[in-house]
Design a protein around this ligand. Sequence first.
Ligand code: MRU
Length: 348
Amino acid sequence: MAIKPIEYSNGVCRMIDQRLLPAQEVWLDYTDYQGVAEAIQTMVVRGAPAIGVAAAFGAAFAADAIDASDFADFEAQFIPCCQVLAATRPTAVNLFWALERMQRVARENQSLPLAQLKKRLLAEAVEIAAEDERINRAMGQYGQVLFPEQGRILTHCNAGALATGGYGTALGVIRAAIKAGKQIEVYADETRPFWQGARLTAWELQQDNIPVTVICDNMAGYLMQQGKIDAVIVGADRIAANGDVANKIGTYTVAVLAKEHGIPFYVAAPLSTIDLSLSDGSQIPIEERDGREVTHCGEVQLAPDGVAVYNPAFDVTPARLVTAIITEQGIVQGDYVAGLRSLMSYST
Ligand code: MRU
């Protein structure tokens, strides 16, 4: 059973503090939207779908705290809270998707008495979380057929259970392949500077007894050259209408290497990660994070005081380097513009 990073019960949202894994398994409790916003911003919770799930609970908590005379009054207080949640991180579109869905559900149920509207919004957040896990399992079924019976699969960052409502996107496909009886071994890029691969992917795969080997990011090319990688699979933070994929910094490098070595490069992502409003990846906002993540590893200083640092958290892989995009509604290959548009007709 893969871990779920966000659990809700009786007015409390518990999140495993992903900053502390794998050394410590600490669960933090959240009961208001400000706390949830801080959890997203400070990376207690991370990964595009998980950020969306957390934001939905944040919006439900915000709604619950509102005292309003009518729906217009409610919305005038609710929307600024959603804006606070939306301002936490810019790249993963699932955050905005979840908040828009919560606002839409509020509007659709505006005739309900306030107490019932609040319950309806909480139910929607619970549904977004449960639906995300179902989506990942469906994605796994579609995607696993792409893997060989015996395969060494490279992944970058953490697109696992920890990054979602459960099961994972890229790691969900790996889990489904193993369930289908395939012999899969995973290579996990460490994923500097936040170490999602070394800390999180390695931890959650170990928990499930899935064979995993951690490599430094700069070793991927060597392994490919040695014939030790059969396929690459990653998640995504936002996919533009033409199939360009924003994902954790370093993903583009891996995609270029895969192309050079004739290795398939797969992206697994739910429809909530696809942003048809952007025609190509150059329009995707790329988060820039604190330089300390680069100059330090925890408390250990790696670079001299005062040195210039650049720390973009994501990069964009052009669609031409992507062999296929795996979603919960099927696989898109080749003509991404038409394929993604057609799949998005199933979007909630
Ligand atoms: O900065 P993070 O850890 O939130 O970045 C996460 C990633 O880039 C993941 O690969 C992506 O969100 C897909 S998670 C299913």
